[in-house]
Design a protein. Structure first.
Length: 379
């Protein structure tokens, strides 16, 4: 009897043997394919920068991308294997840790091109917002689906306060792109949860009014937003040709592309391997490959939605909806900037853009998606 009690009280870290049977293999293969494509295109887009511009080893950036991709992939596998109930219990502590690091950014962050977004740990640069994003989605899903908060409107208000706090910290950096991304993901969650659509439009109007007022009364603080909007409508007058060159690269690549290593965008645009990677891919490999990449993200969204339908738990439905919204919104913001449909935001493409924080964040999102989609109907 005592033996049975001790066995039941054992702390369970990982899922049982049925995990692989319940795992959505198509989602897993899609994530693996994105990792592989990211490695391939990283080699193509960063080799010139390392060799010619920075006078470093030819494989310098590729080796770093390979390391981060390996760690990110490992994170995805470990998180997907993690016991779901235990994972849900540690979400809040993890979120608070990353939130505290974000508070530290204005005081101890390093400034790059006029923005303080990173903390320097000597070995690597750490961008807290990339890690907050997935856990923010999960905390919001917990707040809205919580049985402890009986009033749903109070749940919406608390989640909005949390969103506002993070956006305030992003404004101090400043980082408009991530602010818009988080707001869009939050709106998708509350909309799916059944929030009144008329109140939603009023809320959107209020947010827009507040942002406009901030830009108007604090023009020096938000001058970068004004310059980016100006460059979007008149790139030649503003002197910012990055987006124009990206659009031209997509046009020059046509359907089949110029060929591996034949693109010139990576030579003329400083952040091509991060902010304009889809344009680099289109230029060298053709728009067909870019469409294929977008299709992989859409296929993952389709598979997740298919799994959501079979889940009865409202938390998992909201969490998965929010996470997949985060991926899709980020993908289309990146593509929209590259195609000159949106102002420059500095948004990376998940799994494919160069950058340690972005890759690790993508691995965390992928791991949680795989973990939650492996749940059965009873969950």
């Amino acid at each position: 009897m005592q033996k049975n009690i001790s066995e039941k009280s054992k702390f369970k870290f990982f899922k049982n043997k049925n995990y692989f049977r319940n795992l959505d293999k198509q989602i897993l293969v899609s994530f693996i394919l994105l990792f592989i494509l990211g490695l391939f295109f990283s080699f193509s887009s960063t080799s010139f920068i390392a060799d010619e511009r920075l006078n470093k080893d030819y494989y310098f950036f590729f080796q770093k991308h390979l390391l981060y991709a390996f760690v990110s992939f490992s994170l995805m596998i470990v998180i997907s294997l993690f016991d779901t109930s235990l994972l849900n219990k540690i979400l809040l502590p993890i979120f608070l840790v990353f939130f505290i690091t974000m508070i530290l950014v204005p005081f101890f962050g390093i400034e790059v091109k006029g923005a303080k977004r990173w903390l320097n740990f000597y070995i690597f640069r750490f961008q807290p917002i990339e890690f907050i994003k997935p856990f923010f989605i999960l905390i919001v899903a917990q707040i809205i689906s919580s049985h402890w908060i009986k009033n749903l409107n109070l749940s919406y208000f608390l989640s909005f306060v949390l969103l506002s706090a993070i956006i305030l910290l992003l404004v101090l950096q400043p980082d408009l792109g991530q602010s818009v991304l988080l707001a869009c993901a939050w709106i998708s969650i509350i909309f799916i949860s059944g929030f009144n659509i008329y109140l939603l439009f009023l809320l959107l109007g209020f947010i827009t009014l507040v942002l406009s007022a901030l830009i108007y009364f604090l023009p020096e603080r938000f001058s970068y937003i004004i310059s980016r909007v100006t460059s979007f409508f008149d790139p030649e007058k503003s002197g910012n040709f990055q987006t124009s060159r990206a659009t031209e690269a997509i046009r020059e690549g046509s359907l089949k592309g110029q060929g591996v290593g034949e693109g010139i965008l990576k030579e003329s645009v400083p952040e091509a391997h991060t902010d304009y990677v889809i344009a680099v891919i289109s230029e060298e490999f053709g728009s067909i490959i870019s469409i294929l990449i977008i299709s992989i993200f859409l296929f993952i969204a389709f598979r997740v939605i298919k799994r959501i339908i079979n889940l009865d738990n409202s938390f998992y439905k909201l969490a998965l909806s929010g996470l997949i919204s985060l991926l899709i919104f980020q993908t289309f913001i990146h593509v929209g900037v590259n195609a000159n449909l949106l102002p420059t935001t500095g948004m990376t493409l998940p799994f494919l853009s160069y950058g340690g924080s972005s890759l690790l964040s993508s691995g965390i999102i992928a791991g949680i998606v795989l973990n939650y989609t492996s749940l059965g109907l009873k969950d």
